[in-house]
Structures are given as structure tokens and as C-alpha cells.
Design a protein around this ligand. Structure first.
Ligand code: 5AD
Length: 355
């Protein structure tokens, strides 16, 4: 699919054409990654962050926010939960936190591997090549780093570089691939300043990078951030060019991501479930996604990891188990209700021909 085709699909509103897009994405999903929905246990290991990203609720400028960093033992306990719940992967995510040292993370990765055998995905921001190499050697399998936008000007505006170190996430993704990681990236849909052309280019780039994982969700304005402030309109593009941060557009991006990256693992994201708690998870899974990332972060910390509002209130299977037993609303029964089943094993990328 070329740029023009992607852009055309993004602008489609006709019901019959939309049905065609959903049908194509779901067929490619079924054919290439099957009916299994893989669960990844998300552990938000630290909300410390040195960055000032204009969209993010844990940006360093949020002086009012209480900061935490989980201990290695706490993280290992959560990984044990993931194992008991039958998940195949844990995802360690954090702000960009130099206090999470190379050695500490390497030790945690080794500990998780030894005790649980689970796949380990890291999502710890922009780190040195040395850190990334050491963590890979310690056993980390995958790395998530959304590039947020393919437009360098928009990127520079909403994601300031640290002094003397120009931020280039796309270059880091290529290095991660070179170091032997499976790589994941993505964007927010409807970030102020994102035009239809930018978003089409973002999706094209997913394909060019041949991403193993693609994560997309709607932009949700976060209070006390520049893009969540009352005057945030000044960041927006012209009305006809600005992408809305709505559910329909997000679902189109999920579907198009499946078409440009047919083998990728694509989560139905928490942000999508946040704007549509009743159906967002299912709709994502029915329009190209094949992964869900239930949150395993201890509840006391979860409230402090609100990168956007309402995030901590979205509950997954782990909460259902902890809080209410696996009742009819548990994630597993919701997955079964749409004719899918929970995946077994690590659930890494399976390349055509490797089957
Ligand atoms: N709304 C939606 N998604 C957000 N993220 C950060 N802030 C927001 C927000 N306000 C996304 C970014 C980041 C990921 C961890 O969460 O894309 O990479």
C-alpha cells in the first residue's frame, strides 16, 4: 500500500468501504497470526522520568506527582503473578529513569528468565547502546519504543531532546533490531499537530521498519501537560488537516497497521479501552489486533502511572482474578465471546516460512 492509498483509507467514512477495511484487516489477522490472543503482563516499574514530553502525564515537569521505583523483588513478584495467570510475556515499562541502572535491569531480566521462563519485553525509553546490549545479553527478547510521529518538526516540538543529545527514536529502533531484539513502535492518534498526511506516513513507516509489534491508541489530553492545557489548541493543525483523537480513526490505524505489518503482534491498547470501556478492547481485536496487555502493576503504584487520565481504571484479567474472581466480565470470557482464545507460549513473531 502506498502513501496515497493509506491516506484514502484514513479518510473513508462510507459504511460499506469501512466494512471492507475491517474485513480485510481481520482476514489478514486470522491468516497470519491466527485466533490466539496473547496476553502480556504489564509492569510499570518506575514513574521517574527525565523527559518533558508535552503529552505525557509523568513528564519530569509534573512536580506535584509522587514518584516511585519498584524494587527488584517487587518486580519479580509481579512476574510470578504473570506466570501464575498463564501469560507468556512480561513487559517492563517505565519513564526514562536513569535510577533504573543497567545492572539493576539486567539482574531483573535474568531473575525473571530463571524463575519464570517468560519472554521479556522492555519499554524503558531512550537508553544507551551499551545498556541495550547488556539487557539483550541478560535475556531480554523485545523492546517497545513508540516513535510517536514520523514528522521531525512535530516530534521536536512535542518531545524535546535532552541537552547535547538529539533524540532519534527511529535510529534507536534500527539499532535495537541490529542487537537482536524484536522491535515495536507506534504512535498516538490525534496528537495536536498530526495531519492526515503525517499519520499516513507514520503507517507507511511501520511497514518500512518491518515492525514486529505495533501499538497505537488515541491521544488523551493529560492535565498539567502542555498538550492537555486549556490553550493546547495552538498546537493543532488547520481544522481540515488535523486528525481527530477518536475511536473510529484509531480503529482505522489498527486495521491499516495489520495490512502493512501482517505478521506483527498488535495490541488492542488500554487507551482504546479507556475511550470505549464497553467495547474498545473487542473492537480492536476484531479490526486487526491480536494482543492484550493486562496491567499487573501493584494498585498503589498504578495510580501514580497515569500518563493520561482514566488509564488506571481499566481493568484486565489480573484484576478480575484479584478482585472478583473470573466472572463473566473477565478478559478471558470476553475474548471467548468474540470467538477467540487465549494464546499459549511466548507469542513472539512467527515469520512466514518459519511455520
Ligand atoms: N495519551 C495517549 N497516549 C499517551 N502516551 C503518552 N502520553 C499519552 C497521552 N496523553 C503514550 C505514548 C507513549 C506510550 C507509553 O504512551 O505513545 O509512548
Amino acid at each position: 500500500m502506498d502513501h496515497g492509498e493509506i491516506r484514502d483509507w484514513l479518510l473513508v467514512s462510507d459504511e460499506a468501504r469501512l466494512a471492507e477495511l475491517w474485513g480485510r484487516a481481520d482476514a489478514v489477522r486470522r491468516e497470519r497470526v491466527g485466533d490466539e490472543v496473547h496476553l502480556r503482563g504489564l509492569i510499570e516499574v518506575s514513574n521517574h522520568c527525565v523527559r518533558e514530553c508535552f503529552y505525557c502525564g509523568i513528564r519530569s515537569g509534573r512536580r506535584d506527582l509522587q514518584r516511585y521505583r519498584m524494587t527488584s523483588d517487587e518486580i519479580l513478584a509481579c512476574a510470578g503473578d504473570a506466570r501464575r495467570f498463564g501469560y507468556g510475556t512480561v513487559v517492563l515499562q517505565s519513564g526514562e529513569d536513569p535510577g533504573l541502572t543497567c545492572d539493576v535491569v539486567a539482574g531483573v531480566v535474568r531473575g525473571i528468565k530463571e524463575r519464570t521462563g517468560l519472554a521479556v519485553t522492555l519499554s524503558l525509553g531512550e537508553r544507551s547502546d551499551e545498556d541495550l546490549t547488556v539487557w539483550r545479553a541478560a535475556g531480554a527478547d523485545r523492546y517497545l519504543l513508540r516513535f510517536e510521529t514520523s514528522d521531525p518538526h512535530l516530534y521536536a516540538r512535542i518531545h524535546p531532546s535532552l541537552a547535547g543529545r538529539t533524540s532519534d527514536r527511529i535510529a534507536q529502533l534500527r539499532r535495537l533490531r541490529g542487537a537482536g531484539y524484536e522491535i515495536g513502535a507506534g504512535v498516538m492518534v490525534g496528537i495536536p499537530g498530526q495531519t492526515w498526511d503525517t499519520l499516513a506516513r507514520d503507517i507507511e513507516l511501520f511497514g518500512e521498519l518491518d515492525l514486529d509489534m505495533v501499538g497505537v491508541g488515541p491521544f488523551l489530553p493529560s492535565p498539567r501537560t502542555p498538550l492537555g492545557a486549556p490553550d493546547a489548541d495552538r498546537f493543532a493543525a488547520a481544522p481540515e488537516a488535523q486528525v481527530p483523537n477518536d475511536e473510529l480513526t484509531t480503529l482505522k490505524v489498527v486495521a491499516l497497521s495489520r495490512l502493512v505489518c501482517p505478521e506483527a503482534n498488535i495490541p488492542s491498547t488500554t487507551a482504546l479501552a479507556t475511550i470505549d470501556p464497553a467495547e474498545g478492547r473487542e473492537l480492536g481485536l476484531q479490526r486487526g489486533a491480536n494482543v492484550v496487555m493486562p496491567n499487573l502493576t501493584p494498585l498503589a503504584y498504578r495510580a501514580l502511572y497515569e500518563i493520561y487520565p482514566g488509564k488506571a481504571r481499566v481493568h484486565g484479567i489480573a484484576d478480575a482474578d484479584r478482585i472478583a474472581g473470573a466472572g463473566p466480565s473477565s478478559l478471558e470470557s470476553r475474548i471467548r465471546a468474540i470467538g477467540r482464545r487465549i494464546g499459549a507460549g511466548h507469542g513472539g513473531r512467527v515469520r512466514l516460512g518459519a511455520r
